[in-house]
Design a protein around this ligand. Structure first.
Ligand code: HEM
Length: 130
């Protein structure tokens, strides 16, 4: 296996790991919100940090592999869906910090990262179909 293939595999594996972190973060936010727990942003922050990291990684393999010349699902849909997901994940923790109560904070994480999760799913679907 050459370096290019390893880099692409790395993006794929990290992509699924990031996806898993966002799933757990959303489930946790819903459960903690329902339980009336005090707000803490550990996992939500981790998701908000891993997503942009993966975005930069994606741009590297995109440019290196000239993926804009290939399928529109990978050239357009995958990057756009992921870009929107990164924005929402960033907005989720900012909103949660500004909220007046813990339940509002958990609600902001659940809502914004929940939509981000759907976008990540769409993006992964596009990349694997493309
Ligand atoms: C930020 C969140 C991102 C996540 C979670 C993510 C995740 C993934 C995953 C899981 C795959 C493999 C899909 C499969 O075949 O089953 C993939 C493929 C790919 N991603 Fe991303 N990605 C992200 C962002 C990006 C961005 C911003 C770009 C480009 C600008 C990009 C470019 C690509 C390309 C070119 C492939 C195909 C690689 C290949 O077929 O060898 N990704 N991504």
């Amino acid at each position: 296996m050459n370096i290019t293939e390893s880099l692409r595999d790395g993006h794929e594996y990290l992509g699924y790991a990031v996806f898993a972190v966002v799933v757990v973060s959303v489930v946790r936010a819903v459960m903690q919100g329902r339980a009336g727990a005090e707000y803490s942003d550990g996992l939500a922050k981790l998701a908000g940090m891993l997503l942009p990291l993966q975005l930069v990684y994606g741009i590297v393999i995109f440019v290196q592999g000239r993926f804009w010349e290939g399928s529109w699902l990978i050239a357009i849909i995958h990057p756009l869906a992921m870009l929107a997901a990164v924005g929402l994940a960033g907005a989720s923790t900012a909103r949660a910090r500004r909220a007046d109560s813990a339940s509002e904070s958990w609600g902001a994480i659940a809502k914004f990262q929940g939509i981000a999760l759907v976008l990540v799913l769409v993006g992964i679907g596009a990349a694997s179909a493309g």
